[in-house]
Ligand binder design. Structure first.
Ligand SMILES: C[S@@+](CC[C@H](N)C(=O)[O-])C[C@H]1O[C@@H](n2cnc3c(N)ncnc32)[C@H](O)[C@@H]1O
Length: 266
C-alpha cells in the first residue's frame, strides 16, 4: 500500500475551485502546449482530480485514462466528462504507484499537482509505472510545485519566504494555517514537494531521456521527459547478419525518431 496522507474525498469542491483558478488554467494551457497531444494519442492523466487536464486533453487526443486514488474525484470527473459529451475519457480508480494498465499503452502521460502528495519513494514508484505504461519514444509532462525546504538553494529560500509572507498577510487565519502546516511538517505529514534537481535525477534514474524542466515564476515547474526510442530499449539479438539488414535497420531508426516529442530547455 502506498502512503496516503490526505482525505481527498472530502476535498472535491475545493479541488474544483482551484482547478478553475486563473493560475491552474494557465498551467493547464502550458502543459497542453508542451505536451502537444496528437489526435490518435492515448493519454494517461495521473491524479486527474476533477478533470482539469483530462477534459482539455480529451478534446485533442484519442483516449484519456484519468487515474485518481479518490473515489469521489473519479465519480465527479466521470459525470463532468459525460456532461461535456466526451466519450473518450476512461476514469480509473487507482494509485499512481500501481496503474491497472497494460505495458506500453500510452503515447503521453501528464500530471498536474498530484505527485507532491506522494513521498519521494512513492514518486519513484510512480515514475517506474509511467516508464512501464509509456510506449517507446513516449513522453511525460509533469506540472507541480517544484521546490524543497532546503535553505541552501536560493530559489527554494525565495519560494518558502514568499509563502510565509503570503500567509502572514492573511492575518489570524493565515497564522492558523501556518501553525497547522508546521505541525504537519513536524509530524512528517506535510506535502512532499521536490525541487528541479531532485526531479531531474529521479527521471534519469527511472530511465527517462531528453529531460527538461521549465521553472515558473511562482513555486511551480513543468518537467518533460521521454522514454527511450524502440531501438535504444531492445538490445540487438545475437543473429548472423543477412544481406540488406543494415539498410532496413537504418529505415526503422528514422521512423522511430519521428515519434519523439519536444523538450523544454532546462
Ligand atoms: C491538487 S489535486 C489536482 C487535481 C488535478 N490534477 C488538477 O490539476 O486540478 C491532487 C489530486 O491527486 C489525487 N491523488 C493524490 N494521491 C494520489 C495517488 N497516489 N494516486 C493517484 N491520485 C492521487 C487526489 O485524489 C487529487 O484528486
Amino acid at each position: 500500500m502506498f502512503a496516503k496522507d490526505r482525505d481527498w474525498d472530502s476535498r472535491v469542491a475545493d479541488a474544483e475551485l482551484i482547478a478553475r483558478s486563473p493560475g491552474f488554467r494557465h498551467l493547464r494551457d502550458r502543459i497542453t502546449e508542451i505536451a502537444a497531444p496528437g489526435g490518435r494519442d492515448t493519454v494517461v492523466d495521473l491524479g486527474a482530480g476533477t478533470g482539469l487536464l483530462t477534459l482539455a486533453f480529451a478534446q485533442h487526443a484519442g483516449r484519456v485514462w484519468a487515474v485518481d486514488s479518490s473515489p469521489a474525484m473519479v465519480d465527479y470527473l466521470r459525470v463532468k466528462a459525460r456532461s461535456a459529451g466526451l466519450v473518450n475519457v476512461e476514469p480509473v480508480l487507482a494509485s499512481a504507484v500501481s496503474l491497472p494498465l497494460v505495458d506500453e499503452i500510452a503515447d503521453l502521460v501528464v500530471s498536474n499537482y498530484c505527485l507532491h502528495e506522494l513521498r519521494h519513494a512513492d514518486k519513484q514508484r510512480a515514475l517506474a509505472e509511467v516508464m512501464r505504461v509509456l510506449k517507446p519514444g513516449g513522453r511525460l509532462v509533469i506540472g507541480d510545485m517544484m521546490f524543497s525546504l532546503n535553505p541552501k538553494q536560493s530559489r527554494d529560500r525565495r519560494v518558502v519566504a514568499g509563502k510565509l509572507l503570503q500567509l502572514a498577510r492573511r492575518g489570524l487565519p493565515g497564522l492558523w494555517r501556518l501553525a497547522k502546516n508546521a505541525a504537519r511538517l513536524l509530524a512528517g505529514r506535510w506535502e512532499y514537494p521536490a525541487n528541479s534537481a531532485w526531479w531531474h535525477d529521479a527521471l534519469q534514474q527511472a530511465g527517462f531521456e531528453r529531460i527538461g524542466i521549465e521553472m515558473l515564476a511562482h513555486e511551480g515547474g513543468i518537467a518533460v521527459a521521454h522514454t527511450p526510442a524502440l531501438d535504444a530499449r531492445i538490445s540487438p539479438p545475437a543473429l548472423r547478419p543477412i544481406a540488406g539488414a543494415s539498410e532496413r535497420a537504418d529505415d526503422d531508426r528514422h521512423s522511430h525518431g519521428a515519434l519523439s516529442g519536444r523538450a523544454v530547455a532546462p
